[in-house]
Design a binder for this molecule. Structure first.
Ligand SMILES: Cc1ncc(COP(=O)(O)O)c(C=O)c1O
Length: 389
């Protein structure tokens, strides 16, 4: 069992702490592994892992052609698109469901900009749970198709993502469902911090100088910081890397807050960017993001739509990595980070590529499993005849 000793509040999030010790991270060098390799630093009791899909253990790619193109001999790509549903959201889903299976829950809920919903739908299907998903009305159709294909119930909320979060959290409280909402469930951060452990191991037990990371609600970046801080607490590393958070110019609440400047309306328009995964108006743990970036000595940068799309092309053409715009945001932000002096071309820098565009093959979207709602009683009514939960 990961020896969780305390849970403290930090910059608006719940933070689990352990009895830190170097022995909590294994020393062997297996050719392949999963996220559960780090269960010494995860809240997972002893005994076999029940979650059935393989999660984590994603490659750290040297990307030689990309290195040459950008003139950075120590540039790396941490390719999180290799997870089962092609995004880093699979990690958080796995740990939350693992906990739910042990507690005997039958239904999991989350709100999502898309990828967490797909990960939750597939993860729940594999684990035999019912998934009840809340998304904004403009959620990508391909992603909706994947959710219903995996048998999830999907509720679209016209008032947008923040309202979808409120409904999902309210449903979890009211109906006793497992709450996977990012930032609300501390296990989402626990799971995503394993990326830091992997990068450190894959670099030969070294911490990179900097990591560039897309930021939506914030857990991906905050978790990385926690993971590296835990390596320091275990006596395995001497420092944390600088963290550079990237948002789209068209939805950049945290970049503006970082710069201490008010955002104009054109900078707070989630529907106006192709990077839907990071298009979050009120990030769930924004204060914790700013705190982590500050403490790491990093910064926040915003990128244009053109830079996002060009990063998608460059990742495909120079690194052989397929990414969606939000997933490619780290590469899009690299130039700006260099311009601002946040990163030097000679340094060891890791770009976190968080997600890939996905296609729903097979059955078309099952409209019978999708409803537009505003209130919880409408959710209850829509699910009334469903006996799967
Ligand atoms: C592809 C992709 N990248 C990055 C993010 C942002 O992650 P976080 O909400 O943890 O900041 C998301 C969130 O949905 C995403 O889908």
């Amino acid at each position: 069992m990961g020896s969780v000793t305390t849970s403290v509040a930090r910059a608006g999030c719940e933070w689990l702490q352990y009895d830190y010790d170097a022995a909590l991270i294994p020393q062997d060098r297996p050719p392949s592994f999963t996220m559960w390799r780090y269960r010494g630093l995860l809240p997972v009791p002893d005994g076999p892992v029940r979650y059935p899909l393989p999660i984590g253990g994603t490659p750290l790619l040297p990307a030689p052609a990309l290195r040459q193109a950008v003139g950075m001999p120590q540039l790396w790509i941490k390719d999180e698109t290799r997870n089962p549903t092609a995004s880093n959201k699979d990690r958080a889903t796995a740990l939350v469901i693992e906990d739910g299976l042990r507690r005997g829950v039958d239904t999991i809920t989350t709100a999502s900009t898309g990828n967490a919903a797909v990960a939750t739908s597939f993860g729940a299907a594999a684990a035999g749970l019912r998934a009840v998903i809340f998304v904004s009305a403009d959620c990508q159709r391909e992603k909706l198709g994947l959710m219903t294909q995996a048998g999830a119930w999907v509720f679209q909320v016209r008032a947008g993502y923040a309202a979808a979060v409120d409904l999902s959290r309210g449903a979890a409280r009211t109906f006793g469902w497992l709450d996977r909402n990012t930032g609300a469930n501390p296990y989402t951060i626990e799971a995503k911090k394993t990326v830091a452990f992997e990068v450190w191991e894959q670099l030969g037990r070294r911490v990179p100088d900097a990591m560039v990371v897309p930021v939506g609600d914030g857990p991906t970046l905050v978790a990385l910081d926690k993971g590296f801080a835990e390596l320091v607490s275990c006596g395995l590393a001497e420092r944390r890397p600088r963290l550079i958070g990237v948002q789209a110019e068209r939805c950049q609440p945290l970049v503006r807050a970082w710069l201490g400047e008010p955002a104009g309306p054109a900078e707070l328009d989630p529907a106006a960017t192709a990077a839907d995964g990071i298009a979050v108006l009120r990030p769930a743990i924004g204060d914790a993001v700013l705190d982590a970036v500050r403490q790491s000595g990093g910064g926040m940068v915003a990128v244009t739509e053109r830079a996002l799309l060009s990063a998608v092309e460059t990742l495909a053409g120079r690194a052989g990595v397929g990414a969606e715009p939000a997933g490619a945001a780290a590469l899009a932000g690299l130039d700006r980070a260099i311009e601002r002096g946040l990163v030097d071309r000679s340094e060891a820098v890791v770009l976190l590529v968080t997600g890939r565009e996905v296609k729903a093959f097979g059955a078309p979207t099952d409209r019978a499993r999708i409803a537009v709602v505003e209130r919880l009683d409408e959710v209850e009514q829509a699910l009334a005849g469903d006996c799967s939960g």
